[in-house]
Design a protein around this ligand. Structure first.
Ligand code: HEM
Ligand SMILES: *[C@@H]1O[C@H](CO)[C@@H](O)[C@H](O)[C@H]1NC(C)=O
Ligand SMILES: CC(=O)N[C@H]1CO[C@H](CO)[C@@H](O)[C@@H]1O
Ligand SMILES: CC(=O)N[C@H]1CO[C@H](CO)[C@@H](O)[C@@H]1O
Length: 526
């Protein structure tokens, strides 16, 4: 762009003087930017490769909001196992292979187990008290310990009857009825997790406790959304008084914080009081931890327990429905897989009883099918971000402290060199090998010290639902007015969590016997 240049030294009119001053300011700004770029240059040269970075803003405008895992996977094909992005000065490192993820997030987990520091969601709205975004440290270790006391592989069996009962109620609710699929899944998943964390029985689809918990989670989703809150880009804003015009975030954060705190306290108090006089379902997470403490629970322990219970509740509510919907979608698109799975259940379990979680070891095809659901449409295609707590060097690359580390789960599970024809749903690809299946779950459930603590529990829930559905129903496409089958497209909203949309189907009972087995199995647990 051409601009008129006032001649220096000319006794100018005020206008041209201010014009010159402006020009000087612009030049100074450009020079300082250049100096910034140059000083960062030598460091940046040793950072991992990545797409072209614009001065100052970096890749901020290229990091896509829509299906970001697909863009990241395109970059993975260009730049390899590890690449670097810069969003307004925030270092972001994306990992695209399981090998690199193991090396950094597992082997070096003492410095790779942080979470990004979120001003809006954490400092202001208070979500940094819950395990999900709790920084790495003593409180983190304490909360993880409390979960593993009750949800580890050795203690998880005590919840199997709840999971089976909810699976049966779910199937009974959707059988011969094509409309309220998501509502049914939600209600039953919520029932399971509320019983397990608090011993609380969900009374209806409009249960107040569940609705409040869902609100708390929705608010979290809004609060942590990158690029939404100016205060996350300019942290100093948080010290500005809330009455200043334009600073409505203070008010929003305050309301969210209040709801978060009252919800977590109310649920915990409910559990504690009702577990004491025998009116809550036992065992539940809160009661078990208090019982382990043998009446000597400190205030600090109770505080940690209160927050960790809420984290388990939200973890359990969240990932649920998307995995189940992905399973149904797979069965509609791959009817042969469905038949083969049903044949295995018929052969192993028979038709005299309903399947149980304890049948799992003798159902290798069902295990493969579930692993394939996690691989085909992973609920978290970009996992959960970790934060690097110290400077590090990997393979000659400099990775600065404070970097956000994103495991590109989608690419790891869709790399055609590892999973040929990655978009095809094919349980046979594991050859029945549990070692191969574990490679998938080791990616889909996260890494290192932050890996999903609800894994064994989730496995029980998913397994009992899949097995019960297949044993008792055929999952059929709905038909239109002309008798044409409508198979839902594989599509999902653009959010960080991958959850299929508009999945409609019919659950047709495979026999009267199956249906009556379901009816007679409803117990008083739920
Ligand atoms: C299909 C089901 C599930 C999937 C795919 C899943 C996946 C994940 C992933 C990818 C992470 C992040 C790991 C990382 O940072 O590297 C995570 C964290 C977490 N999950 Fe799950 N999860 C599932 C079910 C559950 C259930 C049922 C619970 C509760 C019982 C749960 C509780 C949590 C919690 C509390 C965290 C945060 C851990 C931390 O930050 O230290 N999840 N999950
Ligand atoms: C148990 O405790 C709760 C809360 O304190 C109370 O509302 C409930 O009535 C009690 N139930 C019995 C049977 O004592
Ligand atoms: C989506 C959303 O904003 N949900 C809730 C967040 O928290 C407030 C309470 O402070 C609720 O009123 C919102 O509905
Ligand atoms: C209660 C519930 O259904 N929670 C969530 C389940 O998972 C999907 C996507 O993973 C969320 O959109 C729901 O809010």
């Amino acid at each position: 762009m051409q601009a008129p240049h006032p001649t220096p030294g000319q006794p100018g009119v005020p206008f041209s003087t201010s014009y010159a001053a402006l020009a000087v300011a612009v030049v100074m700004l450009l020079v300082s930017l250049l100096v910034h770029e140059l000083s960062a240059y030598s460091k940046r040269r040793s950072m991992p490769p990545g797409p072209f970075r614009w001065p100052l803003i970096g890749n901020a405008l290229q990091v896509p909001q829509v299906h970001p895992w697909l863009t990241c996977s395109r970059w993975a094909r260009v730049y390899g196992d590890i690449f670097y992005l810069d969003a307004l000065g925030q270092h972001i490192v994306v990992i695209n292979s399981a090998t690199v993820a193991r090396e950094l997030l597992d082997r070096r987990s003492s410095i790779y187990s942080g979470r990004p520091h979120l001003i809006m969601a954490g400092d202001l709205a208070g979500y940094d008290r819950t395990l999900i975004i709790l920084p790495y440290g003593d409180e983190f270790r304490q909360q993880r310990r409390l979960i593993s006391q009750t949800l580890s592989i050795s203690t998880i069996g005590q919840y199997h009857n709840i999971q089976e009962a909810a699976a049966r109620r779910l199937v009974l609710g959707v059988i011969d009825d094509s409309s309220p699929l998501e509502g049914q899944i939600k209600m039953n998943i919520a029932s399971i997790i509320m019983l397990v964390t608090y011993g609380y029985t969900v009374k209806s689809t409009e249960d107040v406790f569940v609705e409040r918990a869902i609100k708390v989670m929705e608010n979290f989703t809004l609060a942590e959304m990158p690029g939404t809150w100016l205060v996350d880009m300019i942290p100093q804003l948080k010290y500005f008084p809330s009455w200043m015009p334009g600073l409505t975030f203070h008010k929003t954060a305050k309301a969210w914080r209040k709801l978060l705190y009252t919800t977590s306290r109310t649920l915990y108090q409910w559990s504690k009081e009702h577990s004491n006089n025998g009116t809550a379902h036992l065992p539940n997470l809160c009661a078990s931890v208090l019982a382990n403490a043998d009446g000597k629970a400190t205030l600090q322990l109770e505080e940690s327990l209160m927050w960790v219970a809420l984290a388990v509740l939200s973890g359990g509510l969240d990932t649920n429905i998307s995995t189940i919907l992905s399973f149904i979608l797979a069965m509609l698109h791959y009817p042969d897989v469905q038949k083969k799975a049903q044949a295995e259940i018929d052969a192993v379990v028979g038709s005299e009883r309903l399947p149980q979680i304890s049948d799992r070891p003798s159902l290798p095809y069902i295990r493969s099918l579930i692993a394939e659901v996690y691989r085909w449409l992973p609920a978290g295609p970009l996992g959960a971000p970790h934060a690097l707590d110290e400077d590090d060097v990997y393979d000659g690359y400099f990775l600065p402290k404070g970097s956000i580390i994103i495991p590109n789960v989608w690419y790891m599970l869709h790399d055609p060199n590892i999973y040929p024809e990655p978009d095809v749903f094919k349980p046979e690809r594991y050859g029945g090998s549990d070692i191969e299946m574990k490679k998938v779950t080791d990616i889909a459930f996260g890494f290192g010290r932050r890996a999903c603590p609800g894994f064994y529990f989730a496995e029980g829930t998913i397994f009992s639902i899949v097995m019960t559905v297949l044993a008792t129903c055929d999952i059929m496409p709905i038909v239109d007015d002309h008798g044409q089958e409508i198979i839902p497209d594989i599509k999902y909203p653009t959010k960080a969590v991958l959850c299929p949309e508009d999945v409609k189907c019919i659950f047709r009972p495979r026999s009267e016997k199956a249906k009556s087995a379901l009816i007679h199995s409803t117990t008083s647990i739920l």
